[in-house]
Design a protein around this ligand. Structure first.
Ligand code: ARG
Length: 589
């Protein structure tokens, strides 16, 4: 980074990643200490106080001096006025004004442009990343599909929020462990084997995939209405799974393979992967020690023959750990999984990306671990999210209104292909781009709003090339690439950064400079949508710039060089933003 942007008086180490807020705070704290030598505030505190004014005419950052007035025992306007004089000497400052109790700071645009563009480009795609997670581990439990059920649109959020968070934590130096906690335990698998033995054959199921198993399961329930003995047979088969009987295990394992094979197709389309598929059945032999400890701790009480942990004191219904027949439950397996993850990965954080319908389950889980004295459970968090409806209608398996994910994604690719056909008939790799744009549109749509909000999926919104959509952002990325391609043969001189000091360029630069802040906040609140929105705003700012300015001017090689740097930085940060939410960035569209 260049000296001009250091701002502060005195030395400091070179930083590869520059954060405008920190930099401004650094300059300010130096001024504050000069004016008020007794000041004990830290740079961090000042950075936290800085506000982004609602209007550009009020500056790039504003320091409300009300908070300082208590510390310095001076009226806010007086502090603002005094700091204003001192701040003007900083390189980073273009202009400063004291208005009311506020110190409004306008950054020096040329220095800002130079510093930001250089740093972003030198960061080589790592702008916004950090090493804060170095040496720390995050487990992420996401997607976590159920065996012998088809992957539907309701699984999209857990899969894509989890995938995005994994990328965000990776980007910040954490070691991440992506876990697909498969739903592969329960009496339904006994019933399914029973149905398979009676009416199924391998070839049909192999061919039909998961749907073949679903059909068997449906048939089982139909037949059981008139023939209730089937239920006993189903239970007996599950008992055989529990006992590790070879035949039962063989069929059960094969069911899993078929399900995962189908799911893998969807994961491949979405670009999602996992480090572990340890699901519920993996814990079938790991619950016993947990139950024993619960007993030893005196936490387990009997209730109507079942073993429960009483949570009344915490305003929750009891956590059912073991039924009267000895069967364990979902939460029992989650308890065993928590211990296993703690012992295996020594995680600092363990995130569960699961719909808000399971709020109570996770509250109970965390409470039980807390009661067991597991200090490490403080690092566990339920990352909840809202529901998805489709074209204005709530999904319901019972009413037969389901949208399968493989079909949805295929439709997205087909639709994108049609649009590309009319928009860019000469594009070479249309199939590849259609895949990137179609899938990208769906993923972007899913990660565009706060995760707690319910989503109504609509095609005309997801695939619109003009709104706040995936295709729009991808198109901006491709536009930057195209500009850079055209400029590839130009002989350029040293950039003249005064060429990028206009308001439109400023907006782009500020958006670039604030990107690391957004990434950090997105990580702290496990909210990928912050990155989606920031990336969209960056694309909007660049497009505005693009339409109002010529990037390449023959008689102005130095200005052209600066505008191309701006374009390159935007391209890289858009690519990063899209990557972090799990969307690909095509170079041509
Ligand atoms: N398979 C479960 C479901 O579909 C989600 C599992 C979430 N993860 C967990 N550790 N409980 O509802």
């Amino acid at each position: 980074m260049r000296r001009e942007l250091r701002g502060a008086c005195g030395e400091r180490k070179e930083r590869t990643i520059m954060d405008m807020r920190q930099l401004t705070a650094e300059g300010l704290i130096a001024c504050i200490k000069k004016c008020y030598p007794d000041c004990t505030l830290t740079q961090e505190e000042i950075a936290g106080m800085l506000e982004i004014p609602p209007e550009k005419s009020l500056g790039d950052y504003a320091l409300p001096c009300f908070k300082l007035s208590r510390v310095f025992r001076k009226a806010p306007p007086e502090i603002a006025a005094r700091l204003c004089e001192s701040v003007k000497e900083l390189d980073l400052c273009g202009k400063a004004e004291a208005v009311g109790g506020y110190l409004n700071l306008f950054l020096n645009r040329e220095n800002l442009a130079r510093g930001i563009l250089k740093t972003v480009i030198e960061a080589k795609g790592h702008w916004g990343g950090s090493e804060v997670g170095k040496g720390k581990t995050v487990c992420l439990d996401y997607s976590s599909i159920n065996i012998a059920k088809r992957f539907h649109i309701g699984h999209l959020s857990t899969t894509m929020i989890g995938n995005s968070l994994k990328r965000i934590y990776d980007f910040n130096g954490y070691t991440t462990v992506g876990i697909n906690h498969l739903g592969d335990w329960g009496t339904q698998f006994g019933k399914m084997i029973c149905a398979y033995k009676k009416w199924g054959d391998r070839e049909t199921v192999e061919k039909a995939g998961v749907q073949g198993m679903v059909d068997l399961y449906v048939r089982f329930h139909k037949e059981a209405e008139t023939n209730p003995e089937l239920e006993d047979e189903g239970r007996a088969w599950f008992k055989r799974i529990e006992d590790g009987d070879p035949e039962a295990m063989e069929i059960f394992t094969w069911f899993k393979e078929v399900t995962l094979r189908d799911a893998q197709r969807v994961y491949d389309l979405l670009g999602v992967s996992f480090d572990s598929y340890a699901g519920e059945s993996f814990y079938s032999d790991k619950m016993e020690p947990v139950i024993r400890q619960l007993k030893e701790d005196g936490l387990l009480v009997e209730s109507q023959g079942a073993q429960v942990v009483d949570l009344e004191a915490y305003g929750m219904p009891p956590a059912l750990i073991m039924r009267s027949d000895g069967a364990t439950l979902y939460i029992t397996r989650d308890l065993a999984a928590a211990f296993y993850r703690h012992n295996t990965y020594h995680f600092d954080k363990c995130l569960y990306v699961v719909a808000y319908q399971q709020n109570l389950h996770f509250k109970q889980l965390f409470k039980v671990l807390d009661l067991m004295g597991c200090d490490w459970s403080k690092g566990m968090e339920h990352v909840a999210f809202g529901m998805v409806s489709y074209e204005g209608r709530a999904l319901s398996t019972r009413e037969g209104y389901v949208v399968y994910l493989d079909e949805l994604l295929q439709k997205a690719v087909d639709k994108a292909r049609e649009i590309i056909e009319t928009k860019s008939p000469n594009l070479e790799n249309k199939d590849e781009v259609a895949r990137q744009v179609g899938i990208g549109a769906v993923v972007y749509f899913d990660l565009h709003n706060d995760r707690m909000k319910d989503i109504d999926f609509r095609w005309e919104r997801a695939l619109n090339f003009d709104g706040e959509t995936g295709p729009y952002v991808q198109y901006t990325h491709a536009r930057c690439c195209s500009v850079l391609r055209k400029a590839a043969d130009l002989t350029l001189s040293e950039p003249d950064y005064t060429a990028v000091t206009d308001d439109e360029a400023q907006d782009v630069l500020m958006s670039l400079s604030r990107f690391p802040e957004t990434v950090r906040k997105a990580m702290e609140s496990n909210e990928p949508s912050m990155i989606t929105r920031h990336t969209t705003q960056l694309a909007q700012a660049y497009n505005k710039y693009y339409f109002e300015h010529r990037i390449m001017e023959e008689n102005d090689p130095a200005g052209t060089a600066a505008r191309l740097e701006l374009t390159r930085a935007v391209k890289e940060v858009i690519a990063t933003g899209l990557y972090l939410i799990g969307v690909e960035a095509p170079e041509r569209m």
